[in-house]
Structure formats: structure tokens, C-alpha cells
Design a protein around this ligand. Structure first.
Ligand SMILES: [Zn+2]
Length: 302
């Protein structure tokens, strides 16, 4: 394939209506499945409408932040990357399908690193905590991020595109797949355990990510992957042996729904002063071995 033709293909975008249809279609299907086959019982008695409204309001602010800060930098950068052959994957022309697959895998891997940083760097955790304090977890938790986290992640995204050598098409495919996958793995959908065990060898599943949203610190410090499971397997941070019925979702220090209104979770990065992993009046939650089935860490509990 000549260089101009190749450039043309890699500079394409995923049409907005296709990614929109995929994302909204997945959200609709997951909301339906969550009602029919919920995975975890809901902890709060709050109306679903109110909860979804709050999470979607957070999502709208985040989308605005991405549109204002990330998009105007990262998209032109991806075009430059192809034009000037910057970054790892542009050094030598690879077959287009292989290049696109590697772009998605490497963007996913570097997002794993970013996710670890959002937990380990205190300033980043202040923002990422707004996502984790949700007392229940479902498909709308997937889009509930603090807009400040989106602003802070923009330079990371630009560095990912530049170093990996991500084309506009690779970036757009990764963004669409990532959005669908985060809706899926945050969803409160009960898949047959056998099927999920199989699926989890390749991609992140609801039970796996449920463990990441536990109030027990060593459980939250696992399962950081987004699309593919291999980054967690590679770094030995995969943890599957916690049954969902044993998990309390959220952050230990913030278990009172009155402290988690829309205004308060927006202000949380500025107001948060408690040690996250300690309950307000009841010490640090730990997992007693008796609560766990007799399974290795990486075997999925039903
Ligand atoms: Zn997290």
C-alpha cells in the first residue's frame, strides 16, 4: 500500500453516529440487563432516577472538560504523528490492521499505568476518589468522573499518542471500545459465572471490576485494567477470588449518602481530608479469610 493511501486510512475518524450508536446502544442494553439480572444488591434506598441524574451530570461536566482541554490538543497531535511519523508505531509501516490492534493494546496498557497513578499520587486520588465514592456501582458509575481528573489526564493522553505513535483512527477506535468496555465492566449485570470466567481471560468483566470498587484497600489495589485483562496479569495485580456478596462498594471514609450529593462530590477534591481507607467510626475494613472461598487469587468467585 502506498504511503499516501495508508495515511488517508489512518487519518480517518470513526463516524460520530457509529460510536454514538454503539455507546448509547450498550448503555441501553446494560440498563435493561441490570434490571433483569442484577449482580449486587443495591446499598442505598435512593431512587435510581436521582442517582443516574447525579452520575450523568458528572459525565456532562467531564465531557465538556474533554471537549475543551483534551480534544483540541490530542486530535491534531494524532494527525501530526502520522504526517511526521512520530512515535513507536510509525517508525516502520506495519499492516494497517496490526498497527490498529497494537495502538489499542498500547493505549490500553498506558491507561492501566495512569489508573494506578490516580490511586497512588495523592493529588490525582483526590479527583479519582469522586468516581470511587459511589455507594453502588452500575453502568452510570462508568461515566461519573470528576471533570478535574479529565483536565489532569489530558497531558498524559497527549504523551500516550505521541510516544505510541497513535493515528487518529487508532485513537478513535480505542476511545469507542474503551467507553463501551467501561460501561460494561462497571455495570451491575449478573453474567453466568462460567461465561464470565472465560471472558475474563481476555477482557475486564463486572465481577472483576467490582473488586476494584471495594472499601477494602488491598482489594481496590487490584484490577486496574480497562479493556484487556493482561496488564493486571502482567503486573500480578489481578484479584478474582472475592465473591460479590462480600463486597461493600465505595470508599471506607465516605459511607454516608448525605455527604455524597452532586455538589459535595464536585467539591470533594478540595474538601477531602479523611484517610480514605478508614471507616469514620469503625477502624479499617479488612477481609477475613473465612469470607473468601478456597480459591487462588486469580480464580473468579461467583
Ligand atoms: Zn480506580
Amino acid at each position: 500500500m502506498d504511503r499516501e493511501r495508508r495515511k488517508q486510512i489512518l487519518s480517518r475518524r470513526v463516524p460520530g453516529w457509529i460510536s454514538g450508536l454503539l455507546v448509547l446502544g450498550s448503555l441501553g442494553a446494560l440498563l435493561l440487563l441490570e434490571r433483569r439480572r442484577p449482580l449486587r444488591e443495591r446499598k442505598t434506598g435512593e431512587s435510581k432516577l436521582r442517582r443516574d441524574g447525579r452520575n450523568l451530570a458528572m459525565a456532562a461536566l467531564s465531557a465538556a472538560a474533554i471537549g475543551l482541554v483534551e480534544k483540541p490538543v490530542v486530535e491534531p497531535l494524532a494527525h501530526k504523528v502520522v504526517d511526521r511519523r512520530w512515535g513507536l508505531l510509525q517508525r516502520r509501516p506495519l499492516p494497517v490492521p496490526l498497527e490498529l490492534f497494537l495502538t489499542i493494546a498500547l493505549l490500553d496498557y498506558t491507561l492501566y499505568i495512569w489508573h494506578v497513578l490516580t490511586h497512588k499520587v495523592p493529588l490525582l486520588w483526590r479527583f479519582h476518589q469522586s468516581h470511587h465514592v459511589d455507594l453502588d456501582m452500575d453502568a452510570t458509575t462508568a461515566v461519573r468522573f470528576h471533570f478535574g481528573e479529565m483536565v489532569l489526564s489530558a497531558p498524559w493522553r497527549a504523551a500516550q499518542v505521541l510516544l505510541i505513535g497513535s493515528s487518529p483512527l487508532g485513537l478513535a477506535l480505542w476511545q469507542t471500545i474503551t467507553t463501551v468496555e467501561i460501561l460494561f465492566h462497571h455495570s451491575n449485570t449478573r453474567l453466568p459465572a462460567g461465561f464470565e470466567r472465560y471472558l475474563g481471560k481476555l477482557i475486564v468483566t463486572p465481577r472483576m471490576h467490582g473488586i476494584h470498587h471495594s472499601i477494602v484497600r488491598e482489594e481496590t489495589d487490584s484490577n486496574w485494567s480497562t479493556i484487556f485483562t493482561w496488564p493486571d496479569a502482567l503486573h500480578r495485580t489481578l484479584r478474582l477470588n472475592v465473591p460479590q456478596r462480600e463486597i461493600t462498594i465505595g470508599v471506607a471514609a465516605y459511607q454516608d449518602p448525605a455527604e455524597l450529593t452532586l455538589g459535595k462530590i464536585i467539591a470533594l477534591p478540595l474538601t477531602a481530608s479523611r484517610p480514605s481507607w478508614r471507616l469514620v467510626d469503625d477502624g479499617t475494613p479488612v477481609r477475613r479469610p473465612a469470607e473468601l472461598p478456597n480459591l487462588p487469587r486469580t480464580a473468579l468467585a461467583g
